[in-house]
Design a protein. Structure first.
Length: 254
């Protein structure tokens, strides 16, 4: 199990850590790398945390400071990460595990796409865009602005998207967040990828099951041997391992 986890983790390259963050300006200015007055921002993290650490805003947890710093959540912010292509990586996929909340992503000046919803994603195939030196930019749009009955405290804009709702204005909490709040990874994909394996019980008495595996590869014909091992973890004696193999030939529709 130890060897398998090391092999799997070597396919993922972390883009966490120090990013640059700045406010506003036109899209062409930011994407063309015209940045000024940027500050350091840790990923995973939030806009407000970066501003506090840079001394730009007071501590939101003290007194009534939330009413001051909350306005930063209604602005547009930009995040930038410059990184080198990992050694021996190929067919890369860019994976964001969570951006809060509405975002647009560019890599080396090319727009990858938009995403909304803080719980997972987006993911982009970037193997055709990756270079030895890379410039990754994320635009974070301000939170939805929809105050209930013109109330200064109760922004119900969360109903129009997918976020934690109570931080938009509930009881004493009124500081809607923005940020890349979960890890960012570059995944080096093998030529043929196993996607979403599914196992279902077929016959409990005879210990039979069905295994469905989707293989995704290049357009060129490929072939090989699919090998799997099964180790029952809920048995008293789990030392016995079951193996099976299956020949795969994509050129024959196998």
């Amino acid at each position: 199990k130890g060897e398998k986890s090391i092999i799997a983790s070597s396919l993922f390259f972390s883009l966490d850590g120090d990013w640059q963050m700045t406010e506003g300006e036109e899209e062409t200015e930011r994407v063309n790398n015209r940045w000024k007055d940027s500050i350091s921002s840790n990923v995973p993290g939030s806009v407000h945390t970066a501003l506090v650490e840079a001394g730009k805003i007071p501590d939101p947890t003290f007194g009534k400071n939330q009413m001051i710093v909350r306005e930063e959540g209604y602005k547009t912010w930009w995040m930038k990460k410059e990184f080198s292509r990992p050694k021996n990586s190929s067919n890369e996929k860019l994976i964001f595990e969570g951006i809060c909340n509405k975002s647009t992503v560019w890599l080396n000046g090319s727009k990858l796409g938009n995403h909304e919803g803080m719980f997972g994603g987006p993911e982009f195939e970037v193997g055709h865009l990756i270079k030895e030196q890379n410039n990754l930019i994320v635009k974070l749009e301000g939170v939805p602005n929809d105050f209930l009955n013109d109330s200064f405290y109760h922004n119900v804009g969360w109903r129009k998207t997918v976020v934690f709702n109570n931080v938009y204005g509930w009881h004493y909490s009124t500081i809607p967040p923005l940020g890349i709040w979960r890890s960012v990874k570059l995944y080096s994909q093998p030529p043929v990828i196993i996607e979403h394996p599914f196992i279902s019980t077929k016959d409990t008495q005879n210990g039979l099951m069905d295994l469905v595996i989707k293989l995704n590869g290049s357009k060129e014909a490929w072939q090989g041997k699919l090998t799997a091992s099964i180790i029952p973890e809920n048995f008293e004696d789990n030392e016995e391992v079951f193996y099976f193999e299956n020949e795969i030939d994509q050129s024959q529709g196998g």
